[in-house]
Design a protein around this ligand. Structure first.
Ligand code: ATP
Ligand code: LTN
Length: 330
């Protein structure tokens, strides 16, 4: 069976963007591949986190994975920092990566755009190298992510190939697995920016745990234009984003949606999108609230403990293979 691996940072409660761009696809493919999903806690500290909140968010991400439909019996679920080989391979790969290629990463440029060089963290700069280590450690065939991660997948492939060409065929070179729909959900407040869980303005994103009222309110406030025509065009990025979201949660085609709302104002359309999203999230929230009870704490712990054991069984010999190739004494 082909292998899949992916992760999400516990930098907040997951958003509709994380769900439509990543998790929804993970759920759809879980029967066709051997899948491993982790919580990228080491990546999340590249942006300052409050320790108490981070601690809770790590466990919450695991619960959100399961609530969204990731079956813990079928998939390996673990916490990145529990498998120390990730950080170790990250260090090794730092010696294959070039400053210039990391400086070109758009995520790095976006996240540091408003910062002075003196306060930009080395971890943020190095983020893609650790991500390459996460992936190459397990030889997956595919990495399902949203469109924003395509460049990081490309650098993963470059680093894997570069290492292989110096030290022998050690890593499998994986492909990105990016679905056609939902791969780039935009902020509701600025349709030129992707929806992001660490957005300072909560009106920009829909959290998977927002109430129905909040969801509808946020869609009503969504930034659109003055055309008042529900049409899928680059000239109306706000409406285009809402059509994309509506299409993803209802499985309707774009043309069908344009026809459905022909002559209707934005108010009607926005409410319909809000209701469709809230309906879709209702089941997830129900399952999440069930899991988030004190009596289920042990169950969640057993999932990530078993997951780390299983992941470690692959990661340990892989890292030893790397160390041997480098000439290290084991
Ligand atoms: P942060 O705001 O902390 O940078 P994020 O919300 O952007 O986080 P990540 O943890 O970096 O999310 O991403 C997890 C997964 O969700 C990745 O596969 C990523 O491509 C996908 N993803 C994130 N945001 C979106 C989005 N707006 N549309 C589609 N997919 C997304
Ligand atoms: N950078 C990813 C999170 C992530 C990841 C990975 C995804 C860290 N390591 C390995 C896939 C494979 C993101 O989504 N921002």
């Amino acid at each position: 069976m082909k292998k899949i691996l992916s992760g999400i940072q516990p930098s907040g409660i997951l958003t509709l963007g994380n769900y439509l761009g990543a998790l929804k696809n993970w759920v759809e493919i879980q029967n066709d591949y051997e899948c491993t999903y982790f919580v990228a806690d080491l990546h999340s500290i590249t942006v300052t986190q409050d320790p108490k909140t981070l601690h809770e968010n790590i466990k919450k991400v695991i619960m959100q994975y399961i609530a969204c439909g990731i079956d813990p019996e079928k998939n390996t679920i673990f916490i990145q920092s529990h498998v120390h080989e990730h950080a170790e391979l990250g260090w090794i790969l730092n010696n294959s990566a070039y400053m210039g290629e990391l400086q070109r990463m758009t995520q790095f440029k976006d996240k540091t755009a408003k910062q002075e060089n003196d306060s930009v963290k080395v971890g943020l700069f190095d983020y893609p190298v650790l991500m390459a280590a996460d992936i190459l450690l397990y030889d997956p065939d595919y990495v399902p992510v949203g469109e924003d991660q395509r460049q990081h997948l490309e650098i993963t492939r470059t680093l894997g190939r570069r290492f292989n060409s110096t030290y022998g065929e050690i890593f499998k070179i994986p492909d990105a697995y990016i679905s056609k729909s939902g791969a780039r959900i935009m902020s509701l407040q600025d349709p030129s920016k992707k929806m992001s869980k660490s957005d300072a303005n909560p009106n920009g994103f829909i959290s998977l745990l927002d109430s129905k009222d909040e969801i509808i309110k946020k869609f009503k406030r969504a930034v659109t234009d003055s055309e008042n025509v529900v049409k899928y065009t680059e000239n109306q990025p706000g409406i285009k984003n809402l059509i994309d979201i509506y299409a993803c949660v209802t499985d309707k085609k774009i043309e069908q949606i344009e026809a459905e709302f022909e002559g209707a104002g934005y108010g009607t359309f926005k409410t319909a999108v809000g209701e469709a999203v809230a309906d879709r999230l209702e089941q997830i929230q129900k399952k999440y609230n069930e899991l988030n009870k004190p009596e289920n704490e042990e169950f969640i712990q057993s999932i990530y403990t078993k997951g780390a054991e299983k992941a470690g069984k692959y990661a340990k010999p892989k890292l030893e293979q790397v160390y041997t190739a480098l000439g290290f004494v084991l």
